[in-house]
Ligand binder design. Structure first.
Ligand SMILES: NC(=O)c1ccc[n+]([C@@H]2O[C@H](COP(=O)([O-])OP(=O)(O)OC[C@H]3O[C@@H](n4cnc5c(N)ncnc54)[C@H](OP(=O)(O)O)[C@@H]3O)[C@@H](O)[C@H]2O)c1
Length: 310
């Protein structure tokens, strides 16, 4: 069996970390790129870039040809309209699946969904991730597939949570969610390990799996602030952003993004996600039972690594 693994999204945060781990493990990697190779390791003879896009079926078929497995990390995490998110997070999954189905021996597909898919009504992003999962469920047993639902992922290379963490490290916790909200987290290397194990397990486990860092019941913002206080050896001052202000910022940012033609992160949909009270992974045992995977990095350790990597 060939040891080629095809990867989408390898220029992004999670895909970039995966790429490094795959090469370190000796895989031959074929990675899709739209041109920006920012997080790629330096030249490696086992890394082969395929120029293309999720819109370009030919490039996807070249990407997955003869591969042992395909890891689909590409996704739209910023955007304005439902159609923009669906185009990447639903149609993109369908195009990758079609490229796999066109192979004589369809390789396994490991896809990144999101815990957000659990509440599709909250935002266009969440709805698009649920639609992407539906595409996989419709594959039935035509392809051996796995989908992971990570909660918020943090670690070196992340740009979304980093500003909050940097402020906390300086002593100011700017809290975007309510005090009673609880959420799971996962360090990027632990997620990457789960994906690597997804490449190796025996066939027959197609399904959707939630993953977290092993902290039962997740965290509150107070828990995170307490960890930063311990890391600093000094108190961290809390400043909760009022819901009305966050909503106003989301609306204003959306308006500016429409006028400026860029893909915003903070939108009314993102604000609803941030204000949601239960982003705790509830069914994390099944992937551990199947694969033997277990997360290794605690939040204090992961935060130290993240901040030291800057
Ligand atoms: N980060 C998190 O906390 C988190 C949590 C749960 C789930 N996820 C999921 O994990 C996946 C990766 O997230 P991330 O944080 O690594 O995102 P990211 O840093 O924004 O990377 C996104 C990747 O997708 C690629 N991409 C986007 N649209 C594409 C298209 N039309 N054709 C080809 N490639 C395209 C980007 O390529 P370019 O470099 O060319 O833009 C980039 O490589 C996403 O599916 C996301 O929904 C992330």
């Amino acid at each position: 069996m060939s040891r080629i693994v095809a990867v989408t999204g390898a220029t992004g945060f999670i895909g970039g970390a995966l790429l490094k781990a795959l090469l370190a493990q000796g895989w031959e990697v074929r990675a899709l790129t739209r041109g920006a190779r920012t997080s790629a390791p330096a030249k490696n003879p086992r890394l082969h870039w395929v120029t293309g896009d999720l819109d370009d079926q030919d490039s996807l078929e070249r990407l997955v040809h003869d591969a042992h497995a395909v890891v689909h990390c590409a996704g739209a995490v910023r955007g304005i309209t439902q159609a923009q998110f669906d185009h990447v997070n639903e149609t993109g999954v369908r195009r990758i699946a079609n490229a796999i189905l066109a192979q004589a021996h369809p390789p396994r597909l490991v896809a990144l969904s999101s815990l957000a898919a659990r509440k599709p009504s909250l935002s266009p992003y969440a709805a698009s991730k649920r639609k992407g999962e539906k595409v996989l469920l419709e594959l039935g047993d035509k392809v051996d597939w796995l989908a992971f639902r990570p909660p918020a992922v943090y670690g070196p290379g992340d740009r979304e949570l980093l500003p909050l963490f940097q402020w906390m490290a300086r002593g100011l916790a700017i809290l975007p969610g309510p005090g009673e909200a609880r959420f799971s987290l996962i360090y990027v290397d632990d997620l990457v390990q789960a994906i690597l194990q997804g490449l190796e397990i025996a066939p027959g486990h197609s399904g959707i799996y939630e993953l977290d860092d092993g902290r039962s019941g997740g965290y509150s913002w107070d828990d995170v602030v307490a960890i930063f206080s311990r890391l600093r050896g000094k108190r961290v001052v809390k400043c909760a952003i009022p819901a009305w202000l966050l909503r106003g910022l989301g609306e204003a940012n959306l308006l500016m993004a429409r006028m400026g033609g860029y893909a915003p992160m903070l939108t009314p949909g993102k604000v609803r996600e941030l204000r949601y009270l239960d982003w705790v992974c509830h069914h994390t045992g099944s992937w551990r039972d199947i694969s033997g995977w277990s997360p290794q990095v605690s939040l204090p350790e992961g935060l130290k690594n993240t901040l030291h990597s800057l």
